[in-house]
Write a protein that binds this ligand. Structure first.
Ligand SMILES: NC(=O)c1ccc[n+]([C@@H]2O[C@H](COP(=O)([O-])OP(=O)(O)OC[C@H]3O[C@@H](n4cnc5c(N)ncnc54)[C@H](OP(=O)(O)O)[C@@H]3O)[C@@H](O)[C@H]2O)c1
Length: 323
């Protein structure tokens, strides 16, 4: 098994993370239905059988219903909690009576949101609490105060970040007496800025790139686990109908399919193996609620692409030869 940085803190963590954003019905204020509960039970059972034991949540997913439905699973099967590594996120607030959609990494909201997460999930503790997005009004000392109290109370074991560049990560980290063990970022074949940033150094053609330099390196140097969201690009390269998409997407999907046939594996496995081939030890967060697709994803663990295949996928997905 690959040695992930997260293992240092959470031994036995799986190489894939199951993203729970799709559980709990839809993004509306309807109550959980019996069908939502049944579906979530089936999916989580399958995920555990597939040896994925890290579950990714956020307080906002399906307006809290993703955590709520997961909580019904833990209520019915309390012993499952010990088999799971559960992470959740706080810091995004939707429009409400108090104001517009906003980010909130104030001590008060971090504390309040964590209590709500624990109640919805039906658990005494989170393995990892992740700060979902950088809040322009965030103050490192205030965040540090909130996180220290959560750690001391036993409500949270470890902390992580999401969508933060290296400057934001180091600004918060310098105030805190414990490590941030995760940075969860959008990294995929359809969003290549995380690689383009590195290959376009000093090249004016790279002026459009929106990925802060040193973000991956900061995580690697500081032993943070990089987790990728959007890893499956909503199926764009692994089976979705792409007849109406660009030639670049069609050609990439075609090559992914060829490789899947060559390795006698699934297209999902090739897409994820491509991400996992990167030496930063990326831990993909997969968001499918389709049981066959979840199984197809787990096949990535046995695929070792060659350097040439990795570059061929990258070149096709970027749509032109490297500079
Ligand atoms: N930190 C953040 O800011 C952030 C943001 C977004 C998400 N996340 C986390 O990352 C997880 C995954 O994110 P994601 O859902 O955006 O990305 P994803 O894993 O790339 O995509 C999953 C979605 O793509 C669909 N899909 C996959 N393959 C398909 C195919 N061949 N044909 C048709 N549909 C296909 C899935 O549908 P099926 O269910 O039908 O398979 C599912 O709706 C989330 O659950 C969440 O935990 C984090």
């Amino acid at each position: 098994m690959k040695k992930l940085p997260i293992h240092q803190y959470l031994p036995g963590a799986s190489e894939l993370v199951y993203g729970c954003m799709g559980l709990g019905g839809n993004w509306n204020q309807d109550s959980l239905s019996k069908a939502d509960i049944k579906k979530a039970h089936q999916v989580v059972e399958h995920v555990l059988e597939a040896n994925i034991n890290v579950f990714d949540h956020a307080d906002i997913y399906q307006f809290g219903k993703a955590e709520q439905v997961f909580g019904t699973i833990l209520k019915d099967n309390p012993t499952l909690r010990d088999e799971m590594i559960i992470q959740s996120k706080c810091g995004i607030r939707f429009e409400d009576n108090s104001g517009p959609k906003r980010y909130d990494l104030s001590a008060q909201w971090i504390t309040e949101s964590t209590d709500q997460i624990l109640t919805r999930l039906n658990t005494q503790y989170l393995d990892v609490l992740i700060l979902h997005r950088p809040d322009p009004l965030m103050q490192a000392d205030e965040i540090a105060r909130a996180l220290s109290a959560l750690k001391a109370s036993g409500k949270v074991k470890y902390f992580g970040l999401s969508n933060m560049n290296s400057s934001q990560a180091s600004y918060i980290a310098q105030a805190i007496d414990q490590p941030f063990i995760i940075n969860q970022l959008e990294l995929s074949l359809s969003n290549l800025h995380w690689l383009e940033e590195g290959v376009y150094v000093g090249n004016p053609q790279g002026s459009h790139i929106n990925f802060n330099s040193h973000t991956l390196e900061y995580a690697r140097i500081n032993n943070m686990q990089i987790q990728s969201w959007g890893s499956l690009s909503q199926g764009l390269f692994c089976g979705r109908d792409v007849s109406g998409e660009s030639i670049t997407i069609q050609e990439t999907a075609k090559y992914v399919k060829t490789l899947a046939q060559q390795y006698a594996t699934s297209t999902e496995a090739i897409v994820l193996a491509w991400l996992m081939h990167h030496p930063a030890n990326i831990q993909p967060v997969i968001g499918s609620t389709n049981i066959e697709r979840i199984s197809a994803c787990t096949k990535a663990l046995s695929i070792n692409l060659t350097r040439e295949q990795w570059y061929q996928i990258y070149t096709l997905a970027r749509g032109s030869e490297l500079p």
